[in-house]
Every structure is written in C-alpha cells, then in structure tokens.
Design a binder for this molecule. Structure first.
Ligand SMILES: CC(C)(COP(=O)(O)OP(=O)(O)OC[C@H]1O[C@@H](n2cnc3c(N)ncnc32)[C@H](O)[C@@H]1OP(=O)(O)O)[C@@H](O)C(=O)NCCC(=O)NCCS
Length: 188
C-alpha cells in the first residue's frame, strides 16, 4: 500500500475515528481487552492509509526499571496487530521498526518486551535483537508472572538505545529482568 503514514499519539490524544479503527483491530486479535494502565504512559502508533483506514497499530508502554543495580528508562511493545485482511504486506514490520526508533527518540535507554517464539523472525527483520536466555518478570513482586512460566513459549526482544545501556547490554542477556508492570498490563 503506498502513501501510508505513521501517526503517534500520547495516551488519550487519538482522534475518535482513528481510535475506533485501532480498537477494531485489537478486537480481532484480543477480544474484550481493556485500556492500558495510564501509569505506563502509553503511546499509540498507527499506520494510516490515505483513505483513513488503519492497517496496523501498536502501543508503546514505559516504565523505569532497576537491573544489575542500575536504573533504566525501559519501553516495550504491546498489542501489535495488523488487520487480518492486510497481513503479509510488510505493515507490521514497518510499524515495529518505527516503534524502535520512536522509543529511542523519546529517551528510552532500553527497549524490552516478550513475544511468542514463532515471531522471532518477524521482530528480527525489524531490527529487534533476541536476548537469549532472558526472562521478563511481569505482574507484581507479590504476584509475579515470568515469561518462562509453563503456559508460555516466549522469547525476549531487546534494543539498547543509549550509550549507558549499550555499555551494560550484557547484563540483560541470560538474566531475569524485573519489569513488574502491575496488574493491568501484566506482561509486555
Ligand atoms: C504479527 C503480525 C502483527 C504481523 O503483521 P504483518 O503486517 O502481517 O507482518 P509483515 O507483513 O510485516 O511480515 C513481516 C515478516 O514476518 C513474518 N510473519 C508475519 N506474521 C508472522 C507470524 N504470525 N508468525 C511468524 N512469522 C510471521 C512474515 O512472514 C514476514 O516475513 P517475510 O518477509 O520473510 O515474508 C500479525 O500477524 C498479527 O496481527 N498477528 C496477530 C496479533 C499478534 O500476534 N501480535 C503480536 C503480539 S507480540
């Protein structure tokens, strides 16, 4: 599709028409899902076609974390979805690659998220690295949800944006990373 553009909106700032279209995509993939926790400062990224339709959408969630004794501004991807009728055309890849750049531009030190193992090639082709042996711990300290729980088959994707993060990238590999995003967005 030619002429698609990427729109970026802070939480709550999406025009109603685009919001409805993005919601319809999310409903295709995750029926009945609710809004994100505002504490995670969600940022919506939408691919918008010239006719106003939305072929793909995703959200960036944000949280400060401590890992290996240092604090980092972490961002992750959530609710990445392409319209079922528009899959396989490169929209998803375009959007998750743009999200990587958007996180860096917004000042994140690291990008971190989990996904199903089958999507390794998809994210890899968009510039995301697989953090071998790394586990993100979601939920809360009292009720943790690790990405290596028996019900999951997940990998952890990462990107290191700042010099400080790049210097310490090795401590994110083969490690358990305490993300603890809370009870609403339990794991991203
Ligand atoms: C995953 C998803 C967003 C991909 O969107 P898309 O626009 O079809 O992806 P693209 O056309 O950009 O595909 C890029 C590459 O990834 C591959 N790929 C896409 N979806 C894939 C999937 N579900 N499993 C494995 N590989 C996939 C494509 O084959 C393509 O590879 P190629 O260039 O070698 O042919 C889409 O399948 C989707 O919405 N799935 C349901 C929701 C979901 O699972 N989201 C991810 C949550 S982490």
């Amino acid at each position: 599709m030619t002429g698609v553009r990427i729109h970026v909106y802070e939480d709550g700032a999406i025009p109603a028409e685009l919001f409805a279209r993005a919601e319809a995509l999310r409903e295709q993939a995750w029926p009945g899902g609710g809004p994100h926790d505002p504490a995670l400062r969600p940022v919506a990224m939408l691919l918008v076609a010239p006719d106003g339709t939305v072929p793909a959408t995703l959200d960036i969630l944000n949280k400060d974390i401590v890992h290996g004794g240092r604090s980092y501004r972490a961002s992750g991807l959530s609710a990445v979805v392409t319209d079922t009728a528009q899959r396989g055309k490169g929209h998803g890849r375009q959007l998750v690659a743009a999200a990587r750049a958007e996180m860096a531009a917004r000042g994140a030190d690291v990008g971190l998220f989990t996904c199903d193992r089958s999507l390794r090639g998809f994210y890899g082709s968009a510039g995301w690295d697989v953090l071998e042996g790394s586990v993100l711990i979601g939920g809360t300290p009292e009720d943790p949800l690790p990405s290596d729980a028996p019900e999951f088959d997940m990998i952890t994707l990462g990107a290191f944006f700042t010099e400080r993060a790049r210097r310490n990238a090795d401590v994110f590999r083969n490690s358990r990373i305490a993300l603890y995003p809370g009870e609403i967005d339990k794991l991203w």
